[in-house]
Design a protein around this ligand. Structure first.
Ligand code: ATP
Ligand code: MG
Length: 569
C-alpha cells in the first residue's frame, strides 16, 4: 500500500515537470511576447475572517509563481468594504501566510491606502463621459438591469453632464448624501449580454468608519472597480482569482483600459479548492466559532490555517497537498484523506516514535525484581537512524492499552490473554498468567511473567511470538490529555441540512482521553512538537491548552489509511 502511493507520487512529480499548468503557459506566452520583463503576483484577502486551506492554495500558487519566474509576490489586504473588516483578522492572516512560508518582503499593502487614487480614477471616468451619478434606489437599479434574457433600461440619470456628475460626486464624497441616496455608475452598456457590464455601480455612499482610514471617507469603491486599480497601481502582472470572477473579467479590463493604465494587469481564473464533506466556507466557520461549537478559529477540527497548524500540520505538508491538487479550470472536490496522506509522509521520517498509552491498564510482571528499573536504549525512529536513540525506563509495573488484553480472546487475537506470550516492544517477552478484578468484576491489573533472556525483544531460542504490544513504565509515566478527532460534520448525513442549510454536526468529532500515560521522554515536548505514538498515530502538543503540568496532545492523523492517490485531471 505505502509503496503503491510512493510509486504514484513519483509518477505525478515526473509529469508535473513535463507539463506546465495553464497559468504557467499564459505567463510563458506573455513573457515571450515581451509584455513584461518581470512578473508580479499578489494575494488579496479581505480581512473579514481567518484563512483556510483554500486560501493556502491561492497563497502558495501566487507565491510559487513569483518564485518560479524570479518575480515578486505582493501581500495586499483588499479592505475596501469597511462593514465586515477587523484588525484581528489582519493580524491572523499575516501570521498564517508567514507560517506557510510565503514571503512578501517589504511589499505589504492595503487597498485602503489607494482610496485617493481610486477617487481620481473615478473622476477620470466622469471626465471621459464614462461614469455618472445615479439617483435610482438599489431596488430600482436591480429592476432596470433587466435579466439574462432581456436587456436592461437606461437610467434616467445616465445623460447627466460631466459638470453635474463632477459636482454630485464631489458632494457624495463631502458627505452631503445619505447611504444609498446616490451612487456612481460606470457608463457601459445596459444591453450587454454580460450583466456585470450593465452600468455597474462603482462607488457607493456609506457613512461607516474604516479600520484604517477612520472617518476620512464616506464613499467606498466597489470590488470590481477597486481590484483592477489596486493591481495596476502595484504593477501586478497576473492577477489570479477564482472562477466565479470569470464573468467579471470584461469589467476588469474595461476599468484598466478606460482609466488608462499601462502596463495592464491581467486577470486569470482558476478553480477553487474544495474538500469533500469538509466545511471551508468562511460563513460557516464563523458561525461555528460564534456559537461556541468549536474552540475558536484555530480549533484543530477546522481546516482554517490556524486550525491545521494547531492540529499539527506542517507548512511543507500543505505545500505538498497543494502541489498534488494541481491547478485547474473546472471545479472539483478533493478527498481530505489526501491531506492526511501529505502529513503522514511529512512526519513519517522526522517525528520521533514514542510510546503512549491512551486507555491504560496495569500490567504487573510478577517475576521482575521489585523496585528495579532498567534503562532500555530505543531507536527514536527505526526508519531514520539520524534521529538517534533514547533511554526508556522499564520496570515491574507497566501500563498497556486496555484493548491489548482480552480475558476471552476471539479467534486470531494475537495480543495478551491468559496463557499467551507476546513481545513488549523493544523490551521482553511476557506470558500472561492472571487477571486481577475489583468487587464489581472490572479488570484492574493483568499479571504476567517475563523471560529475562529476551531483553531487547529478541527471542532467546528462536521461539516465535505473534503479537507485539507497546507499554509505558508506570512510576515514571507522565499523565496527559489526548484529543482524538473526527470530521466536525456527519459525513453520512452530508455536510448541510437541505431543509435550512445548517450543518449536520457530528457529535463524536472530539473525544478527550484523560489520564493517558506517556513515556517520560515526552516531558520536554513543547507546543507544536510532533511525535508518532506507536500504533496510535501522529500527535502534536496543543499550543493553547498544554502545560508542563497538564500536557495536551492532539491527534493529527492515524497511522493507516486505505487512501490511494487519484490519477490527476
Ligand atoms: P469572501 O466570501 O469573504 O470573499 P473568500 O474566501 O473569497 O471569501 P477572500 O479574502 O476574498 O475570501 O479570498 C482571498 C483570495 O483567496 C481570493 O483571491 C480568492 O479567490 C482566494 N480563495 C478563496 N477561497 C479559495 C479556495 N477555496 N480555493 C482557492 N482559492 C481561494
Ligand atoms: Mg472573496
Amino acid at each position: 500500500m505505502e509503496d503503491n502511493i510512493k510509486d504514484n507520487v513519483t509518477e505525478e512529480t515526473k509529469e508535473e515537470v513535463v507539463s506546465r499548468n495553464f497559468i504557467e503557459q499564459i505567463i510563458d506566452e506573455d513573457l515571450k511576447e515581451g509584455k513584461h520583463k518581470e512578473i508580479c503576483t499578489r494575494f488579496p484577502p479581505e480581512p473579514n475572517g481567518y484563512l483556510h486551506i483554500g486560501h493556502a492554495k491561492s497563497i502558495l500558487l501566487n507565491y510559487g509563481l513569483a518564485q518560479e519566474y524570479g518575480g515578486k509576490f505582493n501581500m495586499r489586504f483588499d479592505d475596501t468594504n469597511p462593514t465586515k473588516e477587523k484588525e484581528e483578522f489582519v493580524n491572523s492572516i499575516l501570521e498564517d501566510i508567514k507560517w506557510l512560508g510565503a514571503d512578501w518582503e517589504d511589499r505589504l499593502y492595503f487597498a485602503s491606502d489607494y482610496f485617493p487614487q481610486m477617487y481620481e480614477a473615478a473622476i477620470t471616468l466622469i471626465k471621459k463621459g464614462k461614469a455618472y451619478v445615479c439617483d435610482l434606489t438599489a431596488d430600482e437599479i436591480r429592476e432596470y438591469r433587466g435579466t439574462l434574457t432581456e436587456p436592461g433600461k437606461n437610467s434616467p440619470y445616465r445623460e447627466r453632464s460631466v459638470e453635474e456628475n463632477l459636482k454630485l460626486f464631489e458632494e457624495m464624497k463631502d458627505g452631503k448624501y445619505a447611504d444609498g441616496e446616490k451612487v456612481l455608475r460606470a457608463k457601459i452598456d445596459m444591453a450587454s449580454p454580460n450583466m456585470n457590464m450593465r452600468d455597474p455601480v462603482i462607488y457607493r455612499v456609506a457613512h461607516i468608519a474604516h479600520h484604517r482610514t477612520g472617518d476620512q471617507w464616506c464613499i467606498y469603491p466597489m470590488y470590481d472597480f477597486a481590484h483592477p486599480i489596486e493591481d495596476a497601481i502595484e504593477g501586478v502582472t497576473h492577477s489570479i482569482c477564482t472562477l466565479e470572477f470569470e464573468d467579471h473579467r470584461p469589467l476588469y479590463d474595461w476599468v484598466v483600459n478606460e482609466v488608462g493604465y499601462d502596463p495592464k494587469p491581467r486577470q486569470i481564473e482558476f478553480a477553487k479548492l474544495y474538500l469533500t464533506n469538509i466545511v471551508t466556507g468562511k460563513r460557516y466557520i464563523k458561525k461555528l466559532v460564534e456559537e461556541g461549537i468549536v474552540d475558536g478559529w484555530d480549533d484543530p477540527r477546522l481546516v482554517s490555517i490556524a486550525g491545521l497548524r494547531r492540529r499539527g500540520f506542517t507548512p511543507s505538508s500543505i505545500q505538498k497537498f497543494v502541489d498534488l491538487c494541481g491547478v485547474s479550470k473546472s471545479n472539483s472536490a478533493v478527498d481530505y484523506a489526501m491531506l492526511e496522506y501529505c502529513i503522514r509522509e511529512d512526519l513519517k521520517m522526522d517525528a520521533p516514535r514514542v510510546m503512549a498509552i491512551l486507555d491504560p491498564i496495569k500490567l504487573i510482571i510478577d517475576n521482575y525484581p521489585e523496585g528495579q528499573i532498567e534503562e532500555l536504549e530505543i531507536d527514536n525512529n527505526v526508519e531514520n537512524p539520524e534521529l538517534g536513540k533514547r533511554m526508556v525506563p522499564f520496570g515491574r509495573e507497566l501500563y498497556i492499552e486496555r484493548e491489548d488484553f482480552m480475558e476471552v480472546p476471539p479467534k486470531k487475537y494475537r495480543r495478551l490473554y491468559p496463557g499467551n506470550e507476546v513481545r513488549l516492544m523493544n523490551a521482553y517477552f511476557v506470558t500472561c498468567t492472571d487477571v486481577e478484578k475489583d468487587a464489581d468484576g472490572n479488570i484492574i491489573a493483568v499479571h504476567c511473567t517475563y523471560d529475562p533472556e529476551s531483553r531487547g525483544g529478541n527471542s532467546p531460542d528462536g521461539r516465535k511470538v505473534r503479537g507485539t504490544i507497546h507499554w509505558v513504565e508506570a512510576n515514571s509515566a507522565i499523565s496527559a490529555t489526548v484529543r482524538l478527532y473526527e470530521n466536525i460534520v456527519d459525513e453520512e448525513k452530508g455536510v448541510y441540512n437541505p431543509e435550512d442549510g445548517s450543518l449536520n454536526l457530528n457529535p463524536n468529532s472530539l473525544t478527550t482521553c484523560t489520564d493517558c500515560k506517556l513515556e517520560p521522554s515526552l516531558k520536554t515536548a513543547k507546543a507544536y512538537d510532533s511525535f508518532q505514538f506507536v500504533r496510535n498515530g501522529f500527535f502534536c502538543v496543543d499550543s493553547k491548552d498544554s502545560s508542563p503540568e497538564n500536557p495536551v496532545f492532539n491527534r493529527i492523523v492515524s497511522l493507516k489509511s486505505s487512501y490511494k492517490l487519484p490519477t490527476q485531471q
